[in-house]
Design a protein around this ligand. Structure first.
Ligand SMILES: NC(=O)c1ccc[n+]([C@@H]2O[C@H](COP(=O)([O-])OP(=O)(O)OC[C@H]3O[C@@H](n4cnc5c(N)ncnc54)[C@H](OP(=O)(O)O)[C@@H]3O)[C@@H](O)[C@H]2O)c1
Length: 321
């Protein structure tokens, strides 16, 4: 089968299209004939070599998230899975290929009307948005900031906050064009990356911040929390925050602020599947929107990574074998 591996860590040019033997489903696994592959930020992080300490080696087959049809089942798996259209989490490897294996507990049947492209855009990131807002104890009427809203996590967080009755949903983004698109999805105020916005009614403080960016600007965003405010960091696309950022929390001790890091790894598998199934059903009905930036053939994985590195992607890039 055709697959894309990391030949050399670093630039997207280090990605190579190769022929590999098709994987076989082991006990508890299914084999999927892939129709769509989600290209995630973590794929770029692995490709750059930033996770070498975790044992990634040259020849690594990238990809965490696919959609397609189950073509075979391993030992101990209900044969009724065969022939079903599914979304699947493949771990930190194995997705950029014509066929992929996944543990059956990481596989979810797709509802009618949901495309594979939409499923791999929503499957991983929608969950982060949902559980981040839950972690923040977000309630109707509260003022929310989604920092780094132009990615697939932020796009879902904006929609969930808006329909959850937020008093305001502010977003940070790098262009007016992106701001206009985010307004269509439910944002009420568009701020620049530094958190500044124009207009008399721009909120200057927030009850809840969902932050995909992190980086050096994080402490200044902490300062914008109202008393009792909750900050949930879900990503670090802007880099690691300064090590002493916690000093801001202590300086504002009397505001009773809460800071949390959040990973969906800590959500029990059945809860993940329940929420994912609800979001897929909503997306199939058109009640939750996904934004597919571009659909490229698998052989152009390097172009997908170039677009990500250049900051051109609004939503998610999808590869098709
Ligand atoms: N918590 C979890 O369980 C979980 C699960 C999966 C992934 N993640 C993490 O989530 C992140 C990826 O999320 P995503 O795909 O939604 O994000 P993304 O598309 O990679 O980035 C979101 C937006 O952030 C803005 N941005 C990028 N670099 C920035 C910078 N240096 N400073 C300020 N803004 C910047 C960009 O928008 P503008 O140009 O419009 O500003 C970009 O579109 C990764 O860190 C990944 O590890 C977390």
């Amino acid at each position: 089968m055709k697959a894309v591996v990391i030949r050399t860590f670093g630039d997207p040019e280090g990605l190579e299209v190769v022929d590999l033997p098709a994987p076989e489903p082991g006990p508890g696994q299914v084999l999927i004939g892939v129709e769509a592959i989600g290209v995630g930020g973590v794929d770029a992080v692995i490709r750059r070599g930033a996770l070498a300490a975790y044992g990634f080696r040259a020849g690594h087959l990238l990809g965490s998230e696919v959609a397609g049809t189950v073509t075979a089942v391993g030992e101990g798996v209900d044969a009724a899975w065969a022939g079903r259209r599914v979304w699947a989490f493949t771990g930190l490897s194995g997705g950029y290929a014509e066929q992929a294996v996944a543990r059956v507990e990481d596989v979810l049947a797709l509802p009618d009307g949901l495309t594979g492209e939409d499923a791999v855009t929503l499957g991983g990131s929608g969950l982060v948005a949902h559980f981040a807002l839950r972690k923040a104890h977000f309630a109707a009427g509260e003022t929310v900031l989604v920092r780094g809203a132009a990615g697939s996590i932020g796009i879902t967080a904006v929609q969930l906050a808006a329909r959850g009755g937020a008093g305001a949903v502010a977003v940070t983004t790098s262009s007016e064009e992106r701001g206009a698109r985010l307004r269509e999805l439910g944002a009420t105020h568009v701020l620049d990356r530094s958190g500044r916005g124009a207009g008399p009614d721009v909120p200057t403080g927030f009850d809840v911040v969902v932050d995909v960016v992190g980086g050096p600007g994080l402490p200044d965003v902490l300062d914008t929390l109202h008393a009792g405010g909750r900050y949930v960091l879900v990503g670090v696309v802007g880099g690691q925050p300064p090590e002493d950022f916690g000093a801001r929390l202590l300086r504002d001790f009397r505001k009773s602020l809460t800071f949390a890091a959040f990973s969906t790894d800590t959500v029990p598998g059945p809860d993940r599947q329940t929420v994912r199934a609800e979001q897929f059903a909503e997306a199939a009905r058109g009640d939750l929107r996904t934004v597919v930036h571009a659909v490229l053939p698998l052989g152009r994985a390097a172009d997908a990574h170039r677009a990500m590195d250049a900051g051109e992607v609004f939503g998610r890039v999808v590869l098709t074998p």
